[in-house]
Design a protein around this ligand. Structure first.
Ligand code: SF4
Length: 700
């Protein structure tokens, strides 16, 4: 039992976007801290997955960075904070003088908090550039784009709670919550299915989600195992089926005519796009029987309330925006928006991936998704900040890395690991060496930090306070437990100090604590305007919260969409195949995804004994027919090659993956999938196509 001085601290799990509440017992000494359940936590009702339970293991890990490091003659040496700050400020000033402000790039991170990302994007803009981005670019940039332009806000339209209570059908497309959002899957989705809801999963890979819904012998759980990159034709078959059935039997309500008439625009465009669309040919291209797709369409359209969940299987394509637009089309024509139990709901990966975007750590938007090239919006932010913001959108993070050594000469990385997280990562590792100056601010020596000129040791999730925004827009407070290493500093403290040294005490960076930053954030971020630390309390608040006293919204768009016309935008989309398709040289299609026990580039999870024990190394799933064709035995070492690189991993021969496709993960530095992935981008959202690359495989 904790003594009075050692009361458990209520905070939020640092891993996925579900945002589970946990408690941490500080223990006797800093670093003895231990996980404890938080029974009344607002999101997870005291339940926790393996990652959450092991989260304290990274806090006192022996690999922690404990002092600033400066590289001299290719080697790091310990430095004082004063030396590190002086070098950073002088190099940032030099780069701006020699090349202009757009020669710097800034990477925020969804592993860090709202206040920290807010201050970093403000630093970039005060420096004079919009070249600031975060890892959302890699996971849901396309989803945010499609939702923002067609509905109004780049976020989940509904909430896990209203979906569990009200949804009759869960359409889970390109997402694997059983693995990546385990508590959402078990506490919310599976519970709803146990109580009678139907789940339709669309995914090229059979996975923990598939198995978690094998509850009985009924057809209340369907898995449409599509070929990678055929989501548009699949949804077009669904939509075309619904339109045909409506024409045959208008009284059966396959579409919601009143909703389409009163609340949407663009329905004719969708119908025109599907004129002459060949459902049979499309189903064949998807690798799913037409009968199954039609049955799924019927289940979705006939439900009173049907909800779509969308994941990176949809977003991480060069046609990611179109993929999500087609989900929006399906929801709009059936009136499945603006009510409990409906909507289009992105499942966000990291614990603050929603908030990092909300606070404007992106090159085209300011806090609250106000466009930088909207003069009125920009001026309203400039008035609070007291300086001008460049009116041209900046570069996204993959665009920044494509410019390493060209227009971009310097890089500030807060909590990110682009050398492993970006596609074609061998090339990123080459190009990053062309930079003149790199600052890395992190808790461990990451694969990216090794290339830095200055490394700043930051505190971990359990050592500092602030807010994070989870996948269903709930802004929650994280609270500090104890600081473990004296000479580390909080991200906020570091950015604040650098900002003050660059721009003076009146430059807008002199903050005492996270709450003071949050007070400024809510002035410039309309959907956070009514929130205070006090009001957030232990429950948090789901944005939008425009006035103090507002309780926030469980679901959006009850009366109108937040588009210029107030209408939901329907737009027909046609199939764009992946940029690389199999050929003689690379006859397989490689797709990628994450594991329950690991977290992105594994910087934290690979250092957690509990997590790493489950999966210490990468592996590849291959279908038995392909394994036979290439002479591969289960458990054998194989080399996978793409046009960009190769990795050697263990083969798992399994029918979980379709013939012609292989599946692997990005978590392991020694054999990361991103050495193989393609850095082709979605034209609008600039998200890379992680989910489909041509590859070959051989034993050895
Ligand atoms: Fe943490 Fe996500 Fe697991 Fe909840 S589901 S404990 S937020 S990793």
């Amino acid at each position: 039992m904790a003594s009075e001085e050692q009361q458990p601290v209520k905070t939020i799990c640092p891993y996925c976007g579900v945002g589970c509440g946990i408690q941490v017992n500080p223990g006797e000494e800093p670093g003895d801290m231990r996980f404890m359940p938080w029974g009344e936590a607002p999101v997870n009702e005291g339940k926790i997955c393996i990652k959450g339970g092991a989260a304290t293991q990274v806090v006192n890990h022996e690999d922690r960075l404990t002092d600033p490091l400066i590289k001299e003659d290719g080697e790091f040496r310990e430095a004082t904070w004063e030396e590190a700050y002086e070098l950073i400020v002088s190099e940032m000033e030099r780069i701006r003088e020699e090349y202009g402000p757009d020669a710097m790039g800034f990477y925020g991170s969804s592993k860090t908090m709202n206040e920290e990302n807010y201050l970093l994007q403000k630093l970039a803009r005060r420096y004079g550039t919009n070249n600031v981005d975060n890892c959302t670019r890699m996971c849901h940039a396309s989803t945010v784009w499609a939702l923002r332009t067609s509905l109004g806000a780049g976020a989940m339209t509904n909430s896990m709670a209203d979906l569990r209570e009200e949804a009759d059908v869960f359409w889970i497309h390109g997402a694997n919550p059983g693995e990546q959002h385990p508590i959402a899957n078990s506490v919310y989705f599976r519970q709803a299915v146990l109580e009678g809801a139907t789940v339709i999963q669309v995914d090229p890979h059979a996975n923990k989600t598939t198995r978690s819904f094998k509850i009985d012998e009924t057809d209340r759980h369907m898995h449409l195992q599509v070929e990678p990159g055929t989501d548009i034709p699949l949804l077009n078959v669904v939509i075309k089926t619904i339109l045909e059935k409506h024409e045959e039997n208008p009284e059966e309500g396959w579409i919601d005519e009143a909703f389409i008439e009163e609340r949407t625009e663009g329905f004719d465009h969708l119908k025109e796009t599907l004129d002459g669309f060949d459902k049979e040919a499309a189903a064949e291209e998807c690798g799913v029987s037409l009968e199954d797709i039609e049955l799924a369409a019927e289940k979705y359209a006939s439900a009173d309330s049907a909800a779509i969940f969308t994941g990176m299987g949809m977003s991480q394509h060069a046609c990611g925006v179109d993929n999500v637009q087609n989900e929006i089309n399906l929801a709009l024509i059936t009136g499945n928006l603006g009510r409990p139990g409906t909507g289009v709901n992105p499942l966000r990966g990291q614990n603050n991936v929603q908030g990092t975007c909300d606070v404007g750590a992106m090159p085209n938007v300011l806090p609250g998704y106000q466009l930088v090239d909207d003069d009125e919006a920009r001026k309203s932010v400039e008035e609070v900040w007291g300086f001008d913001v460049p009116a041209e959108p900046g570069l996204t993070n993959v665009e920044i890395s494509h410019e390493f050594g060209e227009s971009v000469k310097g890089l500030y990385v807060m909590g990110e690991n682009p050398v492993m997280s970006e596609p074609d990562s061998n090339d990123v590792a080459e190009r990053i060496q062309e930079l003149e100056f790199i600052v890395a601010q992190d808790i461990f020596m990451t694969e990216t930090a090794k290339y830095a000129d200055v490394i700043l040791p930051a505190t971990t999730w359990a050592e500092r306070g602030g807010t994070v925004t989870n996948t269903d827009r709930r802004v929650q407070r994280m609270r500090p437990v104890a600081k473990v290493h004296e000479n580390t500093k909080h991200d906020l403290e570091i950015v604040s100090e650098i900002g003050t040294r660059l721009f003076g005490e009146d430059g807008g960076f002199d903050f005492e604590d996270p709450e003071e930053v949050f007070e400024e954030l809510r002035l410039v971020c309309p959907s956070y305007h009514g929130m205070t630390y006090e009001a957030l309390g232990e429950e948090g608040i789901q944005w939008p919260c425009y006035e103090e006293g507002d309780e926030g919204d469980q679901y959006l768009y009850e009366e109108h969409f937040d588009t210029e016309s107030g209408l939901g935008h329907i737009e027909g989309v046609s199939h764009t195949p992946p940029a690389e398709t199999p050929d003689e040289e690379y006859p397989l299609i490689l797709t990628t995804a994450r594991l329950e026990e690991h977290y992105n580039t594994g910087t934290m999870s690979r250092r957690s004994p509990t997590l790493n024990r489950q999966h210490p190394e990468n592996f590849v799933d291959i279908h038995p027919n392909d394994a036979e064709r290439y002479g591969i035995e289960d458990g054998e070492q194989v080399t996978i090659r793409s046009r960009r690189g190769e990795i050697t991993v263990e083969a798992q021969v399994t029918e979980d993956i379709k013939e012609g496709s292989i599946w692997t993960t990005p978590h392991f530095a020694a054999a990361s999938a991103n050495r193989l992935t393609n850095d082709v981008l979605d034209e609008r959202a600039k998200i890379p196509e992680y989910k489909a690359a041509a590859a070959e495989i051989e034993v050895g």
